[in-house]
Design a protein around this ligand. Structure first.
Ligand SMILES: Cc1cc2nc3c(=O)[nH]c(=O)nc-3n(C[C@H](O)[C@H](O)[C@H](O)COP(=O)(O)O)c2cc1C
Length: 192
């Protein structure tokens, strides 16, 4: 099973890097698998540790996909890292080994600390829809406009019926990003 999380790592200058990442468990370890090239990958390689943040704040997922990386964090307990203030729970991990792969290396990580901060409030369809739309945005170069529009039409139903304020804002950021992408494509086509 893959869980969609926010992985926070430290950059060489000590700044925090925030990135949505799908995490799976295998052999009693958490596996983080960033596609190359990736800042998360560089930081994992250099620092050998990360925080896996479990959050239902979809603004962070949508934010990272639309250039909004400045989310409140605080220091982790047992590693040189930072966790998201809004995490329901977080897991501090150290890289144990890396399975090198050209496209997507896999970092097997052991848990050094795990803490819960807030209860899980229950599933929300708009949050799931925003996550799916964020995935679409991460694949804008590979998916056709028709495919994206068809998926958005379906996802929009859940957003309209069940979203709160944060989900609506996150959804709007993603739609805006899709429009920008189309505008840039159009400009390229007209210019060429
Ligand atoms: C729900 C979700 C899950 C994602 N999972 C992964 C992942 O497992 N690996 C990956 O490389 N990118 C994943 N992405 C895309 C990255 O978050 C995005 O490309 C990001 O820029 C990663 O690169 P960075 O480490 O340089 O920031 C995911 C995006 C979303 C919205």
């Amino acid at each position: 099973m893959i869980h969609e999380t926010i992985v926070t790592t430290l950059n060489a200058d000590g700044g925090v890097h925030v990135a949505p990442m799908g995490i799976r468990e295998a052999e009693g370890r958490y596996v983080i698998a960033p596609f190359r090239p990736s800042t998360t990958l560089e930081n994992l390689q250099r620092a050998g540790c990360a925080v896996i943040n479990l959050t239902d704040d979809v603004m962070i997922f949508a934010g990272c996909l639309t250039g909004r990386y400045d989310w409140p964090t605080r220091p982790a307990s047992r590693i040189a890292g930072r966790l998201l203030e809004s995490a329901l729970a977080h897991i501090e991990v150290e890289v144990e080994r890396c399975v090198e792969e050209e496209l997507r290396p896999q970092y097997f990580c052991r848990v050094v600390h795990h803490a819960s901060h807030r209860p899980f409030a229950g599933f929300n369809r708009a949050q799931a829809a925003v996550l799916e739309a964020a995935i679409l945005v991460s694949r804008l170069d590979r998916l056709s406009a028709d495919k994206i529009d068809g998926e958005l039409d379906y996802l929009r139903i859940a957003v309209e019926k069940t979203a709160g304020e944060r989900e609506r804002i996150a959804w709007a950021w993603l739609l805006e990003r899709i429009e920008q992408h189309r505008g840039a494509r159009h400009a390229e086509a007209v210019g060429s």
